[in-house]
Design a protein around this ligand. Structure first.
Ligand code: URA
Length: 194
């Protein structure tokens, strides 16, 4: 089975999920976006209003900024895969609760197993705490390269945090340059199916 077929099967399962309360208020599940053959995975927190209405990840204001960040280092959505910790929108865009993250995390693990990325970029504290370490401090540890079992993890600011506090953009730019260097050093712009 191709990665695309595996992902489609998984998406059909996620679409019917009722493992937590978020299922009751969602309009769409948001599984992920981009190229599952990429060696680069980005992980956000969870869908917001625009994502819930469309079923696509990072399509609101934060998504537009994310696109600009990717473009600044020569990337776009077609050469990475973007997913979230939770697949359904938390009401009023609150942080997903620990029990909601726990109910959903196996889906991200399955996405990881299908994609097998070499680099995982965590967008914001929620994603970094869930995927790197529960005490991860984004203000202190953003841009740090952490390698576990052959996978490189880098946490950086969530684009929404940059919209709230543009002063952080300078720091985010340093992280983006680190990310670009990892991609070049490890030749990560080649795809598994090439
Ligand atoms: N914020 C996220 O963390 N994920 C999205 O998909 C959109 C906004």
């Amino acid at each position: 089975m191709s990665k695309e077929e595996e992902l489609l099967n998984l998406s059909q399962i996620i679409a019917k999920c009722h493992r937590c309360e978020l299922a009751k208020t969602r309009n769409h599940v948001v599984v992920g976006e981009g190229n599952i053959n990429s060696k680069i995975m980005l992980v956000g927190e969870g869908p917001g209003y625009n994502e819930d209405m469309t079923g696509h990840a990072f399509v609101g204001k934060a998504g537009q900024l994310l696109d600009k960040e990717l473009a600044s280092i020569g990337l776009d959505r077609k050469v990475v895969y973007i997913a979230n910790i939770v697949k359904c929108r938390p009401p009023q865009n609150r942080n997903p609760l620990p029990k909601e993250q726990e109910a959903c995390i196996n889906f991200l693990r399955k996405q990881f197993l299908i994609q097998r990325p070499r680099l995982i970029i965590l967008l914001g504290a929620i994603a970094a705490r869930k995927m790197i370490a529960s005490d991860f401090k984004i203000t202190l540890e953003h841009g740090k390269i952490i390698e576990k079992k052959g996978v490189i993890f880098v946490g950086t600011f969530h684009p929404s945090a940059l919209l709230r506090d543009p002063a952080k953009k300078k720091l985010a730019w340093e992280d983006l340059k680190t990310i670009r260097k990892i991609i070049e050093d490890n030749k990560l712009l080649l795809f598994d199916n090439q």
